[in-house]
Ligand binder design. Sequence first.
Ligand SMILES: Cc1ncc(COP(=O)(O)O)c(C=O)c1O
Length: 382
Amino acid sequence: MGNSTNNIPFNKLYTTNQELEYISQAIANGQIAGDEAFTKKCQQWLKQALGSQKVLLTHSCTAALEMAVILAGIQPGDEVIMPSYTFVSTANAVVLRGGIPVFVDIRPDTLNIDETLVEAAITSKTKAIMPVHYAGMSCEMDTIKALAAKHGLALIEDAAQGFGSTYKGQPVGSLGQMAAFSFHATKNIVSGEGGALAINDPALIERAEIVWEKGTNRSQFFRGTVDKYTWVDVGSSYLPSDLLAAFLWAQLGYADEIKQRRLRIWHRYNKAFAELELQRRAQRPTVPSECQHNAHIYYLLVNDIETRTRVLSVLKQHGVQATFHYVPLHSAPAGRKYARAHGELSVTEDICDRIVRLPLSAALTTEEVDRVIGLVLQTLAA
Ligand SMILES: Cc1ncc(COP(=O)(O)O)c(C=O)c1O
């Protein structure tokens, strides 16, 4: 049994030593509400990094997804196509507007929505597609973009895990009309809780600011384009405190270094498990040639649920926190009530039983990574 000093957490917080300094600055400036100096700096930085028309910080990716679904004009009874293999927030954002998530299966290689199954799921009620870039690996966006254009559908990227990844050289999050990012503590760049909505369609900017500011035209008031602000639309309070934006600003300054650190660990795992794949004991992640990923997750697909249980239990006994991932939404109680599946979701069901996610964070040491590798090899070779 591993003792606590030897424990390897699934996710270890990586800080840059500047977080407290910036938070102190925000306090000293007396600016701790939303839309203050650090929020503006982060938004500008992200806008430039993504090449987006506008970026609004939010207090979570969940909030950014909710905003995107409002901006896409989803009404009761409208259908939105997405994978079942995702976090609840992708679907909840739609259900909160009275819409119906329609789940299609995922690809067995990238675990992303299977773009070849999307068109058959489109009906007269379909209003949007929400691809999820699982593990920071981009979906097959050219095909999905072409389908959205052909059928006049909104395209909302769930880029919760995708910050810093690219598809055909374009940043993930710049490929749909809108994209939602997460800066939750479990992500690559963090602010505890946090997120952003990237808006790539200029026609949506004005309304986005209103929805963000509780349905008021407060942003226009601060810019001096209206002389008082009032309630003009639906909305909510989607702004984070500038204290969180100050934390995020420290992280953004090290975004590339954090990605490189994670990539080194990802590649160390990947090289170490090559032999396992040749022996058909586990499948490693697939990286399509169009994709450069951000090393958000390192996972293995083992052969069956019994093997998965064994690997997780051995790692746990040695103080290593590894885990599986989503319970497919179509099989969850709320999924059965509020959503529907299009066709068989057999890949989704199979994958969720066989996936093992290994510890990965910019703060992990090489020795820790090698200890995880040793335990996995030992268990799967047995
Ligand atoms: C695919 C996906 N979408 C949305 C979210 C929600 O992010 P947040 O916790 O920032 O609301 C997550 C969080 O893990 C996620 O993985």
